[in-house]
Structures are given as structure tokens and as C-alpha cells.
Design a protein around this ligand. Structure first.
Ligand SMILES: Cc1ncc(COP(=O)(O)O)c(C=O)c1O
Length: 431
């Protein structure tokens, strides 16, 4: 057994194959600056274009000065305070900001610290809602291939896959239905209708990633189909939980993916881009109806969920600064420019031999490479990853699926470089 150079156990990393991690010292805009090491000795700095927004979190760019400033200022006033029985200005301001951003269709927001917890909270709200109105419902519906996090609740909601295979016996039962990708809309809608019929009066909620299933392989479907699914669910009184953890804050071209379907879910889960990617935070927004089910003189009906860092003032300050950037800077124009660049690249890249299923939604461009071993553990993944890093680009393919999901400050030249290098690397590896 080889001794690792660090005691750190990294996420989604097989240390027996990848014992070393890139050491990043600083970041700015769309770039990471890592140590350039030769034989373990630092010989300089390596600039890496962060074409996946560091796991889809960075929106306006790394170390945005306005967010930096807000966090530094907050750090001088209030670091952390228990959030039960206490509140503070950054949290109150953020709550108002989120209500405004969602056109005041929500009544309340519950803070937590990650995407997984935002969804976990949503599931607990939905199940608790039905219990507290004395009409218990037990089933959850979700997409095959969906990903909602790595806690047991969110793994249960997620599709059964390599991500959760060894934990499967411990996951609670969820009704999974096919994703309504183009050509499969009818099948998915029929499956949804059947599950609802078979479990009449017992489905608590449908949890879904709107328009794009991220970790499941950047699988895309249309706003029209999402709206049709909403109609079917509504006719059965099912609560809709939109997991906008990845899609939220502009990724799909609109502030929220649900906007494109004119869909107002009962519960919306946010994280990743909420703080501009600066600090960890989750937020679960809910309707008045859901909140009221827990609102009671009976203490036993309170919402039994917390985490120590709920509503952390620094994270709230970062989120407030990020929301201000949305108002002060032409963020949607930047998103439109990226989307236009992607649209052209879709035409160019689709001509490359071995590229299939090329697709785009707003700032997300994805394509699959035609190889024998597909899926997350595809043998081509490490080759692609290394080849892109050698070229100074961070792309972390999901198996044989290469995708770009850049921060909105990315320049047109940098995007062109990414498109060109994707073409070069595919040609090189298939030669
Ligand atoms: C749609 C979706 N939901 C939830 C999560 C979990 O978020 P986190 O990793 O912050 O727990 C992710 C993470 O990628 C995600 O893409």
C-alpha cells in the first residue's frame, strides 16, 4: 500500500488511482492558479480555466471583489450565532432578497448549509406537511438518474446508480420514473400518471431537477414537458419540490429553470450559486401552505431540523452581495452571450466524429463521446480529464459525457479555447 502525501480523504476520488491533488493557491475570475510541480518541487504557477465553475458553484467569478468585501466586513461584526431564538440582519436581508427574486410566491425560507441539506429539508417538509394536516402520505416520486445529494434521504430520492449502489439496502423506497428526454416524453408522462394512479392519495411529493439532470449526465428535457408533469401532479394534490441546486442562479439561461416552464413549485431548493459560490449555504423556500402545517401551539409540530451553522452570517453576507451583483451588473447579458457562443459550438462540435447527443440549455453545453464503456465509470473519463488539464482547462467529464458549465465572467476567447480543445482532445483520443 502506498502512503498518501496528505491525510485528506477527498470526495468522489479514488486515492489508489489518484494519490495526488492539484494544489490551488488562489483564484480570480474564471481562473484557478495551481502550483506547477515537477518531481514534487514547485517550479511555478499553472493557470487553469475553471470551465465547470468548481463543481457548479461559482457564478460571477472566483473571488468577486464585491463578495470578498461583504464577507470581510461581516467578519468584523458577527461571525456566527445560534439561529434558534436569534436572528440577524444578513439573514433577514437575504430572506427578503430571495422572496423578491422569486416574485413573492414563497412565504418562508429555511436555511441550511449545502445542496444535500436543502433537499433533505424539502423532503422532511413535504412528509411533515401531510402528517401535520392529518392526511399522511408516504410516497416520493423522483427521476431515474436524478441526483439530489449524498445524505441517506437525498440518496434515496436519487436514481439508483454507482453513486449509491452499496447503500441501496438502507435507502427508503422511492418511485422512480423515466426522464422525459426528447422522444421519451409520452413514456415518462404515462409512467408518472401510472404511479400516481397506483398510489392514489399516498404520494407526498415529486422531487425533480428542472430541465437538466446534472450529475446524472447533463440529461435535458423541455419546459413544456415539465409543465405537463406539473399538471398531472397537481391533479393528485402532490407537492412539487424543485431541486434548483445546480440549475438555479442562471445556469439554464433564466434565473431559475422553473421560470422557463412558468412553474411555481411548492418547495424550491437552492445552494451552490446562492452565495455566488463563495461560501457554503443551502436555502429551502416554501409556500405559506407548507409553513402553516407546522405552525401550531403544539410544540411537537415544530419543524425538527437544524444544523449548527444554519443562517451563518458570513454565508448570508456573501449571498446578499451575490444578489446585489445580479441587480448591479449585466449578469443576464453575460449568460445570453455564453448561451450564444455555446449554440454556435453545438453546430461546430456536432460535426466531429465520435460526438453524439450534443445538447445545450443556457450556459450548459454537453456532449457524449461514442465509446463502448459508457456511464460514470467510463474508461475514457480519466484520459479526457488529464488531457484537458494538460491544456490548462478544468473539465471533469461525467464518464463519457463532456460538459461545459462556466462562471458568467468567462471571456469569449476562453470559451473558444475550450470548444477548440474539446475538438482536439476527442480527435486525439479517437486516433
Ligand atoms: C441537483 C443537485 N442537488 C443536490 C446536490 C447536492 O449538493 P451538495 O453537494 O452541495 O450537497 C447537487 C450537487 O451536485 C446537485 O447537483
Amino acid at each position: 500500500m502506498t502512503k498518501a502525501s496528505s491525510p485528506i480523504w477527498h470526495p468522489f476520488t479514488q486515492h489508489a488511482i489518484n494519490p495526488h491533488s492539484m494544489h490551488v493557491d488562489r483564484a480570480a475570475g474564471a481562473y484557478l492558479f495551481a502550483r506547477h510541480e515537477v518531481d514534487g518541487i514547485t517550479v511555478g504557477e499553472k493557470r487553469i480555466l475553471d470551465a465547470i465553475s468548481s463543481w457548479w458553484v461559482i457564478t460571477h467569478g472566483h473571488c468577486h471583489p464585491k463578495i470578498q468585501q461583504a464577507v470581510m466586513q461581516q467578519a468584523q461584526a458577527l461571525d456566527q450565532v445560534i439561529f434558534a431564538g436569534f436572528t440577524h440582519e444578513p439573514a433577514e436581508k437575504l430572506a427578503k432578497g430571495l422572496m423578491d427574486l422569486t416574485n413573492n410566491v414563497y412565504d418562508h425560507v429555511f436555511y441550511s448549509d449545502s445542496g444535500s441539506t436543502a433537499v433533505e429539508v424539502a423532503l422532511k417538509m413535504a412528509i411533515g406537511y401531510w402528517q401535520h394536516i392529518d392526511s399522511p402520505r408516504h410516497k416520493i416520486i423522483a427521476f431515474d438518474g436524478g441526483y439530489h445529494g449524498d445524505t441517506f434521504g437525498t440518496m434515496s430520492a436519487g436514481g439508483r446508480s454507482v453513486y449509491n449502489k452499496i447503500y441501496e439496502p438502507y435507502l427508503f423506497e422511492v418511485e422512480h420514473i423515466p426522464v422525459p428526454v426528447e422522444g421519451n416524453e409520452g413514456v415518462a408522462l404515462d409512467a408518472l400518471a401510472k404511479v400516481l394512479e397506483d398510489n392514489k392519495g399516498n404520494v407526498a411529493a415529486f422531487v425533480f431537477e428542472p430541465l437538466v439532470l446534472g450529475a446524472g449526465g447533463m440529461v435535458m428535457y423541455s419546459p413544456d414537458t415539465l409543465r405537463a408533469m406539473e399538471d398531472v401532479c397537481r391533479s393528485h394534490g402532490v407537492l412539487l419540490i424543485a431541486d434548483e441546486v445546480m440549475t438555479g442562479f442562471g445556469r439554464t439561461g433564466s434565473v431559475f429553470a422553473c421560470d422557463q416552464a412558468e412553474l411555481v413549485p411548492d418547495i424550491m431548493c437552492l445552494s451552490k450559486g446562492l452565495t455566488g459560490g463563495f461560501l457554503p449555504m443551502g436555502a429551502t423556500l416554501c409556500s405559506a401552505e407548507v409553513y402553516q402545517a407546522f405552525y401550531h401551539k403544539d410544540k411537537a409540530k415544530m419543524f425538527f431540523h437544524s444544523s449548527s451553522f444554519t443562517g451563518n452570517p458570513l454565508a448570508c453576507a456573501a449571498a446578499n452581495a451575490s444578489l446585489a451583483i445580479w441587480k448591479e451588473e449585466p449578469v443576464l447579458d453575460r449568460i445570453r452571450d455564453i448561451a450564444a457562443g455555446h449554440a454556435q459550438a453545438v453546430r461546430d462540435l456536432s460535426a466531429i466524429k465520435g460526438v453524439k447527443n450534443i445538447r445545450q440549455k443556457g450556459t450548459i453545453l454537453a456532449l457524449d463521446i461514442d465509446v463502448e464503456s459508457e456511464g460514470y465509470l467510463s474508461a475514457i473519463q480519466p484520459k479526457l480529464y488529464d488531457a484537458f488539464l494538460d491544456r490548462g482547462i478544468l473539465l471533469r467529464p461525467l464518464g463519457n459525457c463532456i460538459y461545459i458549465l462556466p462562471p458568467y465572467c468567462v471571456g469569449a476567447d476562453d470559451l473558444k479555447l475550450v470548444y477548440d480543445e474539446i475538438g482536439n482532445v476527442i480527435e486525439l483520443l479517437s486516433a
